[in-house]
Each structure stands twice: as structure tokens, then as C-alpha cells.
Design a protein. Structure first.
Length: 141
């Protein structure tokens, strides 16, 4: 008798948003690349697939495909802590501090392309005020 093994199929897409401490405009053009790169590296080393990163001087958006083995709280802590640490090492006189909270929303895979575009066009959307309010919540009021 042949035994058939069942495989678990899991697709979890998360849109995570968090802001700088006090929503201060701390992410300028000189550090933006380092911050996003570090966030991406932390997510990838946690086993996630990074689909998009973006934001403005006072907040960050990340769209990820997350495996079942990853704790959301641990992932957020790792991305926020790693990027803050990298910036502090690169420019000790210009530290990056994040607010303690974050917002995370799960998405159906059919929404991934739209949310990816939303994240990648953050600067334009904020300039033209064509925002999706539910995706701009950062956890603190």
C-alpha cells in the first residue's frame, strides 16, 4: 500500500506599516536606500519574500509573502530594529527611531499587484492625496 503525503499550502501576504518616532521626517534621501535595504535583508533572512517597500520621510510600507514559521511580532521587531541599528551605525549623529507600534493587514493574493503599486508610488500618492486610508494606519493615533 502506497502512502500519500499531504503538503500544506500556505500563502500569507502581509502589508506592514510603521512610522518614525513622533512621525518626525527622519528618512531623507541620504538614508532611504540603507533603511529599505536593511528592512528587506531582515525580512529575507527571516524567510519572507519581499514584494515591495516604500514610504515617506516619516513612515514605511512593506509588502511580504510570509511563511508559516515566522512570527509577525518577531518579524516587525527585526525589520524595525535592524534598520534603526544600521542607520545608527552609518550615521551616529542622525539616529533613526521608530514608534513602538505597527499595523499589519493580511491580503488575498489577488490584491498583491494593487498594493505593490500603492507602496511603490507612495511619494506620488501623498503629493496628490490619493491615499487609501486603511493602508496609512501605522498603529499609533
Amino acid at each position: 500500500m502506497e502512502t500519500e503525503f499531504l503538503r500544506t499550502r500556505l500563502e500569507v501576504y502581509l502589508h506592514i506599516v510603521w512610522a518614525t518616532c513622533g512621525r518626525q521626517p527622519l528618512i531623507d534621501a541620504t538614508i532611504e536606500r540603507l533603511v529599505y535595504k536593511t528592512i528587506q535583508q531582515q525580512a529575507i533572512s527571516s524567510g519572507c519574500e519581499v514584494i515591495a517597500t516604500g514610504g515617506l520621510a516619516d513612515h514605511v510600507h512593506v509588502l511580504l509573502k510570509v511563511p508559516s514559521t515566522v512570527s509577525l511580532a518577531a518579524l516587525a521587531k527585526r525589520m524595525k530594529g535592524g534598520s534603526s541599528r544600521a542607520q545608527s551605525l552609518a550615521a551616529p549623529d542622525n539616529p533613526l527611531q521608530w514608534q513602538s507600534s505597527y499595523s499589519a493587514t493580511s491580503l488575498h493574493r489577488s490584491l498583491v499587484p494593487r498594493v505593490k503599486d500603492y507602496i511603490q508610488t507612495q511619494k506620488e500618492r501623498h503629493a496628490s492625496r490619493t491615499l487609501w486610508d486603511e493602508f496609512e494606519v501605522t498603529g499609533e493615533h
